[in-house]
Design a protein around this ligand. Structure first.
Ligand SMILES: Cc1cc2nc3c(=O)[nH]c(=O)nc-3n(C[C@H](O)[C@H](O)[C@H](O)COP(=O)(O)O)c2cc1C
Length: 162
C-alpha cells in the first residue's frame, strides 16, 4: 500500500481520460446555473439513469437540489472556451453563451455534442462530493457523424487521434 496523498489521488484522477460536460440547472426562480464536470456517468438502461458527482463547494449544488433537475451538456472539441468559462465561479457564466431551455427548464448550450436532461431520483453523500442520480427525460444528440468531443487527460484538453 502506498500513501494516498492528495497529489497522488489527483494524478490518478488525471489519468482517467474523460469527456467534458457543462451540467446546468434552472433554479426554482428560473435562474440558470452550471459548472464544468467530468464526473458524469451513464448508469442504467432500465430505467434510464445518469449520475453526476458535484463538489460540496459548488454553487450549482443547491440549485440542483432545489429544482430537482439537471442537464448534462456534453461539449464538442471546439468548446474549450465554454469549459473554461463554466470552470470558474461567478454570476455571469451565461452572459457569454447562447442557450435554449429544455423540457426540464435547464439550459441547453448551443454547439454541444449532446444534451441529456434528467429529473433527480436519488441523492447520496460521498466524501467531499454529492452524487445525484437522475432519470433521463430527454436526449438530444448532434446528428453530425463527424462531430468531435472535447476530451480531458492529465489536466489538459485533448482530441481524438486523427
Ligand atoms: C475538466 C474539468 C472537470 C471538472 N469536473 C468537476 C466535477 O466532476 N465535479 C465538480 O464538482 N467540479 C468539477 N470541476 C470543477 C468545477 O467546474 C469548478 O469548481 C467550478 O468553479 C464550480 O462552479 P460553481 O461553484 O459555480 O458550481 C471540473 C473542472 C474542470 C476544468
Amino acid at each position: 500500500m502506498n500513501d494516498i496523498t492528495p497529489e497522488l489521488f489527483r494524478k490518478a484522477s488525471g489519468n482517467w481520460t474523460t469527456g467534458v460536460s457543462v451540467v446546468t440547472t434552472s433554479d426554482v426562480d428560473g435562474k440558470p446555473y452550471g459548472l464544468t464536470m467530468n464526473a458524469v456517468t451513464s448508469l442504467s438502461l432500465n430505467p434510464p439513469l445518469f449520475l453526476i458527482c458535484v463538489d460540496n463547494r459548488s454553487d450549482t449544488l443547491e440549485p440542483i437540489r432545489r429544482s430537482g433537475v439537471f442537464c448534462i451538456n456534453v461539449l464538442a472539441a471546439a468548446q474549450q472556451n465554454v469549459s473554461n468559462a463554466f470552470a470558474k465561479k461567478g454570476d455571469d457564466k451565461f452572459g457569454g453563451v447562447s442557450y435554449e431551455r429544455g423540457v426540464t427548464g435547464a439550459p441547453l448550450l448551443t454547439g454541444r455534442l449532446m444534451a441529456v436532461e434528467c429529473h433527480v431520483t436519488a441523492y447520496h453523500e460521498a466524501g467531499d462530493h454529492k452524487i445525484f442520480v437522475g432519470e433521463v427525460k430527454n436526449i438530444d444528440v448532434d446528428p453530425d457523424e463527424t462531430a468531435q468531443p472535447l476530451l480531458y487527460y492529465r489536466g489538459r484538453y485533448a482530441a481524438l487521434a486523427p
